[in-house]
Design a protein around this ligand. Structure first.
Ligand SMILES: Nc1ncnc2c1ncn2[C@@H]1O[C@H](COP(=O)(O)OP(=O)(O)OP(=O)(O)O)[C@@H](O)[C@H]1O
Ligand SMILES: [Mg+2]
Length: 258
């Protein structure tokens, strides 16, 4: 994979409040091109809120976000060119898989003659060509997530954000999709910001893990995963790193006692 040190995403002194409730305290973050970043934080700490800001959907209360050197949310800024796999699939149930993907192309600058090729290529990469004309609600959860990932990658975005995309899938399907995601990432050189509250998943996937505190989210620390690739989900080293991280976040997350 062709990695370089140029910064694709830069977040400085980010804060978000909803009315008088603070959801994000202070986040500083920079992501290099081709990097796979996992953002790890407890439920309700502000992870989805952060991704909404990074996708251009939610203006922050404080701070700046820059994508490839251009400020998002400035008076003359354009919508950022990013992919988003939402926590729920958010496919339109009354449009086929193909028609869902066409919506993304219609909002892009890709010329209409190229649409079919683009759609066929991405469906093939995600192994879902046979579902091109299917209705999203007829698909299994795993197949729907494949479609969501295809949609996010379709127009070669500056970076792809994924919000706990595998957390509702059975473990075996989740494992298959995690491995496929790594294969696609390595093949395409995409930059990925992946939100999860699974420490093992973050350790398996990421180059670097960003720890968020219990909400309102602050960046507690960043950690480079000291395991080369390819990685095996069952590798004992993944378990060791996971155990180290658990110790580290226990105090920060102040896990709720039931
Ligand atoms: N539109 C909104 N209006 C008011 N409060 C909101 C809004 N969106 C999120 N919040 C609040 O902000 C906080 C963070 O929510 P967010 O959905 O970002 O958490 P999360 O880390 O993604 O949680 P989970 O892991 O459960 O998905 C929560 O307290 C939530 O209630
Ligand atoms: Mg969330």
């Amino acid at each position: 994979m062709n990695k370089s040190s140029d910064i694709v995403l830069e977040v400085k002194d980010l804060g978000v409040s909803f009315e008088d409730q603070e959801a994000i305290g202070k986040i500083d973050l920079s992501v290099a091109r081709g990097e796979f970043i996992a953002i790890l934080g407890p439920s309700g700490c502000g992870k989805s809120t952060l991704l909404n800001v990074l996708s251009g959907l939610l203006p922050p209360t404080r701070g700046t976000v820059s994508v490839e050197g251009r400020r998002m949310y400035g008076p003359e800024s354009e919508a950022p060119h990013v992919g988003y796999v939402f926590q729920e699939h958010r496919l339109l149930p009354w449009r086929s898989v193909k028609k869902n993907l066409e919506l993304v192309l219609a909002a892009s600058s890709v010329s209409r003659q190229l649409w079919d090729d683009k759609i066929n290529d991405i469906l093939e990469i995600l192994h879902i060509s046979r579902y091109k004309d299917s209705w999203p609600l007829r698909l299994s959860g795993g197949e729907r997530q494949r479609v969501s990932i295809a949609r996010a990658l379709l127009v070669e975005p500056s970076y792809v954000m994924m919000d706990e995309p595998f957390s509702t899938l059975d473990e075996l399907t989740a494992r298959t999709l995690r491995q496929e995601l790594i294969d696609i990432w390595q093949r395409t050189g995409a930059t990925i910001v992946f939100v999860t509250h699974s420490i093992r998943e973050a350790t398996f996937l990421a180059d670097r893990i960003i720890f968020l505190t219990r909400g309102p989210a602050n960046v507690d620390d960043s950690y480079s995963v000291p395991i080369g690739r390819p990685r095996d989900y069952e590798d004992p080293r993944i378990g060791q790193v996971e155990a180290e991280i658990v110790k580290r976040v226990l105090g920060v997350w102040e896990l709720e006692k039931t």
